[in-house]
Design a protein around this ligand. Sequence first.
Ligand SMILES: [Cu+2]
Length: 292
Amino acid sequence: MKNLNRRQMLRVASGLGGGLALSSLLPGWAQSATPGMAPTLPTLTGPNIDLRIGHSSLNVDGRAGHAVTINGTVPGPLLRLKEGQMVRLSVRNDLAEDTSIHWHGLLVPFQMDGVPGVTFPGIKPGETFVYEFPIKQSGTYWYHSHSGLQEAEGHYGPIIIDPADPDPVAYDREHVIVLSDFSFMHPHLIFKRMKQQGGVFNFQKQTLAGLLAGKDQTLKERMEWAKMRMDPTDISDVTGAALKFLVNGHGPGDNATGPATTGPGCSPPASGCACASSTPPRKWSSMCASQV
Ligand SMILES: [Cu+2]
């Protein structure tokens, strides 16, 4: 390739579809797992679906972290299937460790359930496992790794199965929204910290000084919690102190936008529901507030 200066390079990249084209020049481990401000999730459909499990860099709120991804994105692609079809899902493992996919909630033959050590041996590095099963149901599901702590690193995605008969539920528009979390701390380190001290991500704990000052709980109540070896503020083991909470892979600071281009409320936005074409695009949180 002849020498291109940066400006020419950017022009070529924008001609080919902007950041996507540019990032496709990068090796897999260096590509971003953030699908930009795309209006919807990457979607795969049909009887044959290819999935690759690999390493990617995930950008959340302007900070880069490491992710284990399906086809390079967090969440993985939306699998859009149809009740009554057969599906063949070829899953290639580009990691240096075993992986797997469990199809959460799907009625599949046990050999296709994707739980290593229980229903199949797992997918070794460099290998491809072909899952094949009939789709016997419809609805909203998800899929995720059942190996190590890969799910916490981004290895999950949504499944929508359209019913064979006309959809019994009427709607004007559809949004597929995956709520998840992500940590810049490796999940193995999170796990280790919690084994060392159960409440390590738990703050605003009660103190001896607080007790002596007559604040917070009484001594009797404290003794009861102490018997359980728990803090009253221990709502969950890993908290926002270690996690970013994501909407379709975007953090709270990413100004994620969603599609709302069709349907009666959109043109003009008579019902207070924003269109994706509105300028600037609005946050999900401010869209269709009266309808969601
Ligand atoms: Cu599951």
